[in-house]
Ligand binder design. Structure first.
Ligand SMILES: Cc1cc2nc3c(=O)[nH]c(=O)nc-3n(C[C@H](O)[C@H](O)[C@H](O)COP(=O)(O)O)c2cc1C
Length: 204
């Protein structure tokens, strides 16, 4: 059974480019790894309130200790996955607040799990990716090395504006502007699966 990998759509605005980009990552992986077990986790659908638990997640050992139903549900969702791909935009040189909030709710559910960061932006979102990677280390995840992180750069200002308005970017078309990024995404995905197997090997 392939590991269950959560593809987290980190942007939560409306309209937004995030879902199109998450789908592009999903279809890219499935064309080379057809049995990959990918599940999209859209933070806009989860729409978590700003962190409002009384406890500190790293001190919590059982999901029963969470006070709110939304936290218990989020805990179950993250706990059932083996690894994650964070698909994040860059906002003002950082990652969006939505993903930090979603991470902060939990700790043990993330701990020890491999992760890949895919960022996008006018320059590829590298600053957001670097900062997010640090936070993932903070919750004791195992993010792939920084060189493996995928940075998707909008080709020009028009595409940035179109993306921000949720316009169709034609990413799935042959010759779409990120067609050349597909190989890097597949290589990073293969490494993520290897990292999951390494974790499983430690537990065996
Ligand atoms: C609040 C805000 C700040 C942004 N800051 C940056 C930035 O620092 N660097 C960048 O390359 N693009 C920046 N952008 C452009 C985004 O890359 C682009 O709008 C993208 O569509 C955002 O992802 P989303 O549509 O999934 O939210 C910013 C966009 C927004 C809405």
């Amino acid at each position: 059974m392939s590991p269950l990998i959560g593809l987290i759509t980190c942007s939560q605005r409306s309209p937004r480019a995030g879902p199109q980009i998450t789908t592009f990552i999903q279809t890219t992986i499935l064309t080379s790894h057809p049995t990959a077990n990918l599940n999209i986790i859209d933070l806009a659908e989860w729409n978590l309130p700003m962190y409002n638990e009384p406890g500190i997640p790293s001190y919590i050992t059982s999901a029963d200790e969470y006070v709110h139903e939304h936290t218990k549900a989020w805990s179950r969702e993250i706990a059932r996955h083996d690894a994650f791909i964070f698909v994040t935009p860059q906002y003002n040189w950082g990652y969006p607040a939505s993903v930090k909030n979603a991470i902060d709710y939990l700790f043990h559910e993330w701990k020890g799990k491999p992760a890949l960061v895919v960022s996008y932006g006018g320059h590829g979102g590298g600053k957001a990716a670097g900062q997010l990677r640090e936070v993932l280390l903070g919750v004791r995840m195992r993010p792939l090395e920084a060189e493996r992180m995928v940075q998707l750069r909008f080709p020009d200002r028009e595409e940035v504006i179109k993306a921000a308005r949720g316009g169709e970017m034609g990413l799935e078309k042959e010759g779409g502007f990120w067609a050349g990024e597909r190989e890097g995404i597949r290589v990073a995905f293969a490494e993520l699966v290897d990292a999951v197997e390494a974790v499983d090997g430690e537990g065996a």
